[in-house]
Write a protein that binds this ligand. Structure first.
Ligand code: ADP
Ligand code: ADP
Ligand code: MG
Length: 616
């Protein structure tokens, strides 16, 4: 067995590999870029080597720097994780040429599966059913259009070198073909340096079913059953599970045998995944499942397979790379229960899933029996703009699908991240969608119903009232009469928006603001000293800074007439933007703010005077 291992990756997968290496007594070496100097994988490894600037193409993607780091630390082996250099056969070869152990398949196997067209041809020869389509050399647009017509619409144009859900165009009819082809080729050339495409029949009611395979250097290949990754957003996996809902034993046996044939056809060594597309319109049937591509590496969603089989796939990778045979035979492998994984991302569903960057001031994961969190960050760490903004993979195991689903939903609901936004509530809504509950998901579900899932929830009234009560002493209690009903109204800012809450008696533990966490979301609640609120009938027009911060934009001028809800200015505080709006129709009577100005909490930024009522 190897004694030391360099992990040529970052984030959760680097931490995942370190965990198993440590269990096996292997010395671990991390590599890191400028942005990752404080990253979790650096902290968890026995040693860490700086390999360059933050941009991946100047650090994690530079093979020579990684080899130099291995030489410098005396690392015996290199694990590439997923993404980055994991499917780069030239890098794999250079690792082997340097006399190191490559924890992955032979470079020739990577090459054989590297381009989707060549891989499909090879698989067809090996007797694996492949998705019908054109995978020829002739890239003449007229020829491709004729092939598309032969296949029959709708078709999918795919970059042969594509990956990560990029470089694909669904074409519904012949009129749209030429433009779709040109745009796909442009994207393919820019993203993958190769503009060749293939054309596939677009499978209707599509389900993504994949099989985990494993080979060793002694010619053994086993499978570890299937995963269902049909819940996708823009061809990218969102929730994965194992086994696949509705898979019967005979279909499973046939599918998994195909996958083993596929792996054997390329003399596969190590962990790999054969991805299939299934027409799920009449359930899963072996004659309606076709090979799509092979990923010649450990897959993001490998934990669900680990959870149902009890196998540590990274341990197998390290043993097999060290020359040991696969520790068990096919007959020893079985499925126990059900597992589901959700990819928790630092992104804002309300803003088209844009990455949400910044410091994780609050990072809390829900817990559950059978729960597992694979993460690469910690509370206080930064989500940087340089890499994939995944916060964690949240994984739940249960006796059956329903138990796994409920546990995963609870874990996500009980998670709280702030001020970075996450897709947690989106994931919970996806898990609770009737089609998901029924196990009849196709890859188009989010495209059809995703808008409702992306709606960001508001905290419940009960939660807000309790939170507000905790803030009350700091707020003062004018107007609260002894012996009166202990309920009154008070004003607060919830993420910069003024709200009114009925509160009971306050606690003795005053605070300036509290974080309200519920439904996988976190909101900041701050007392809002709305001038004249207590006693005065009309609301005051004082626009106060809700927290210390910087004015980044002023939208109005002194003397200007404004209407209720009109944007007055934007304040940046605690890494978030707060828009302050006019509370009612009126005139900007006072303006004390300019862009760029730092302001203290409750500074009077502007004052709106109510418009004089027209006599009736
Ligand atoms: P899979 O097919 O295994 O589910 P995906 O294609 O969804 O994987 O994700 C792999 C992608 O993850 C890579 O293409 C890359 O963009 C990204 N990636 C690579 N390394 C990391 C990492 N360490 N942490 C997060 N994301 C990564
Ligand atoms: P990538 O390399 O980007 O992962 P894949 O070929 O694996 O590309 O396809 C990604 C996703 O696109 C699949 O998981 C599936 O949802 C969808 N897809 C791919 N091919 C087809 C097809 N022929 N019909 C329907 N959907 C498809
Ligand atoms: Mg794929």
């Amino acid at each position: 067995m190897i004694k030391s291992l360099l992990i040529a990756n970052r984030g959760e997968i680097a931490c995942r590999v370190i965990r198993t290496a440590r269990k096996l007594g292997i010395r671990t070496i991390a590599v890191y870029s400028d942005a990752d100097a404080q990253a979790l994988h650096v902290r968890e490894a026995d040693e860490a080597v700086h390999i360059g600037p933050s941009a991946a193409r100047e650090s994690y993607l530079v093979g020579e720097r990684i080899l130099a780091a291995a030489a410098q630390t005396g690392a015996e082996a290199i694990h590439p994780g997923y993404g980055f250099l994991s499917e780069n056969s030239a890098f794999a070869q250079s690792v082997i040429d340097a006399g190191l152990v490559w924890v992955g398949p032979n470079p020739a196997s990577i090459d054989a599966m590297g381009l989707k067209d060549a891989a499909k041809k090879l698989m067809a020869q090996a007797g694996v059913p492949v998705t019908p389509g054109y995978m020829g050399e002739n890239q003449d647009p007229d020829h491709l259009a004729a092939e598309a017509a032969k296949i029959g619409y709708p078709v999918l144009i795919k970059a042969v070198a594509g990956g990560g859900g990029k470089g694909m165009r669904l074409v519904e009819n012949p009129d749209a073909f030429t433009d779709a082809l040109a745009s796909c080729q442009r994207e393919a050339a820019a993203s993958f340096g190769n503009d060749h495409v293939l054309i596939e029949k677009y499978i209707l009611s599509p389900r993504h079913i994949e099989v985990q395979v494993f080979g060793d250097k002694h010619g053994n290949v086993v499978h570890l059953f299937e995963r269902d990754c049909s819940l996708q957003r823009r061809h990218q996996k969102v929730i994965e599970e194992a086994p696949a809902p509705g898979m019967d034993a005979a279909t499973r046996a046939e599918l998994c045998a195909s996958a083993v044939r596929a792996a054997k056809a390329v003399d596969y060594v190590g962990a790999g995944t054969i991805e299939f597309i299934a027409d799920g319109s009449e359930g899963l049937r072996a004659d309606r499942i076709w090979f799509m591509e092979m990923n010649t590496r450990l897959q993001v969603e490998h934990p669900v397979t680990e959870e149902i089989t009890g196998v540590d796939l990274v341990e197998w990778q390290l043993r097999v790379a060290s020359g040991e045979p696969i520790p068990v035979s096919q007959d020893d492998l079985g499925i126990d229960g059900w597992a589901m994984e959700a990819r928790l991302y630092a992104e804002d569903p309300a803003k088209g899933f844009l990455p949400s960057i910044g410091k994780l001031e609050l990072l809390q994961f829900g817990e559950s029996e059978g729960g597992r969190i694979d993460t690469g960050v910690y509370e206080g760490a930064e989500v940087s703009p340089f890499y994939d903004p995944m916060i964690a993979k949240v994984i739940a195991w249960g006796q059956d699908r329903e138990e796994a689903r409920e546990r995963l939903s609870d874990m996500l609901s009980d998670s709280a991240v702030w001020p970075v936004k996450t897709n947690a509530s989106f994931l919970v809504k996806a898990l609770e969608h009737p089609d998901f509950v029924a196990g009849t998901v196709d890859t188009g579900l989010i495209g059809r119903d995703g808008e409702a899932m992306a709606q960001v929830p508001q905290p419940s009234t009960e939660m807000l009232e309790a939170a507000a009560a905790a803030l009350v002493p700091a707020y003062g209690t004018p107007g609260l009469r002894l012996n009166a009903a202990p309920v009154r109204k008070a004003w607060f800012l919830l993420d910069g928006q003024e709200i009114e809450i009925a509160i009971g008696e306050g606690s003795d533990d005053p605070a300036e603001s509290v974080l309200v966490t519920e439904q996988g979301q976190a909101w900041q609640l701050t007392p809002w000293r709305r001038e004249g609120v207590h006693g005065a009938a009309a609301g005051s027009g004082a626009i106060l800074a809700p927290m210390p911060g910087k004015v980044i934009a002023v939208e109005v001028e002194a003397g200007q007439t404004v209407i209720a809800g009109q944007k007055l200015l934007t304040l940046e505080a605690m890494k978030m933007e707060h828009t302050l709006t006019a509370p009612f129709d009126g005139v900007v009577a006072e303006l004390n703010a300019a862009a760029g100005q730092q302001v203290q909490v409750e500074a009077l930024l502007a004052r709106i005077e109510e418009a004089a009522k027209e006599p009736a």
